[in-house]
Design a protein. Structure first.
Lengths: 240, 78
């Protein structure tokens, strides 16, 4: 059920990623201030936006789970958060590389944008031990949903707080007094954002499909009363 | 073959291209590696599921054969 439409989605994602990479390196103009190093922007910022939106989406799925009691939404919430944490790792690493090239430091502790993202990332890193500290699957899903909703509400609040803080070093790309991105750069940025968002959706669907298949195999094993090979994985919720 | 520098409009880069290129390549390679590692982990999981399915299919077939054979024995004994 989850695998439906996965192939065209994967093809669209690969095509969009290839197009975006071509545009980044062969179409987007060089930034007058940062030069070639600004190419990291087209990867780093879409990853950050997608990861943050993914955390919020995880919270929305958690609301659906608490409202309906359907475990399917808990699985959606879990996978959304899981994928956003992976994207978060990429954001932190690409950001550190960009910071080293631009500022000469891998990390700047007095920069609110960096530190706030790290706080959000670390908060979601606690989701896994929090979730798997609870044995009962029903309670586990319910508590994880409460966590996802609370943390999901924190993400936009955190973002707004950072935007209101006056920063000296982290660039404000959109909506600045200087007019923001020029048209060509904006076009490339939007393509990259679409590509990264598509990648996120594809990987979420891919993981849900795998979890669904795994859950069905377990059900089949129980139905056949077959011996279970090794301990069952408790890393992810079962989905039907 | 044209170099990448020749294809790009020349601006005033903060870092020379040979130095900036390393950082840009590093960022994109890290992202690529992360995705490849993730896909490899998922592929391993799918292989495990496939193996378990094969085992279950074999188990179900053996059980069906056993159930099919049991009444025959009953008939013979009767």
């Amino acid at each position: 059920m989850y695998g439906k439409g996965l192939r065209p989605l994967s093809i669209a994602t690969v095509a969009m990623v290839a197009l975006s990479l071509s545009l980044v390196f062969f179409y987007a103009p060089l930034d007058a201030d940062q030069g070639f190093i600004q190419k990291i922007f087209y990867l780093h910022v879409p990853l950050a936006i997608t990861a943050l939106v993914g955390f919020i989406v995880g919270g929305v799925f958690a609301i659906a789970h608490l409202r309906t009691g359907n475990r399917k939404w808990d699985a959606y919430s879990y996978v959304s958060i899981h994928m956003s944490v992976i994207f978060g790792v990429a954001v932190l690493v690409t950001g550190a590389i960009w910071a080293k090239a631009s500022w000469g430091h891998w990390w700047v502790w007095d920069e609110p944008t960096l530190v706030s993202f790290l706080i959000v990332f670390l908060m979601y890193a606690t989701y896994y031990p929090f979730r798997y500290a609870i044995e009962d699957p029903e309670r586990q899903a319910r508590y994880a949903s409460v966590f996802a909703i609370t943390a999901g509400a924190f993400v936009p609040l955190n973002f707004m707080a950072v935007r209101m803080a006056q920063s000296l070093v982290h660039p404000r790309t959109f909506g600045t007094a200087n007019g923001g991105l020029p048209g060509e750069m904006m076009l490339v940025f939007l393509c990259c954002l679409t590509a990264i968002a598509l990648l996120w959706v594809t990987l979420v669907k891919f993981e849900l499909t795998a979890k669904s298949a795994s859950g069905q195999v377990k059900r089949l094993r129980r139905a056949l009363d077959a011996p279970t090979p090794g301990a069952a994985s408790r890393i992810a919720p079962e989905v039907s | 073959m044209l170099s990448l520098a020749a294809l790009l409009p020349l601006g005033a880069p903060a870092l020379p291209l040979d130095e900036a290129g390393k950082y840009v390549a590093g960022a994109y390679v890290v992202f690529l590696v992360l995705i490849v590692v993730y896909v490899a982990i998922m592929a391993a999981k799918l292989q495990r599921i496939e193996r378990e399915l094969r085992e279950l299919a074999g188990f179900a077939e053996n059980r069906a054969k056993g159930e099919g054979a049991a009444p025959q024995r009953d008939e013979v004994s009767a």
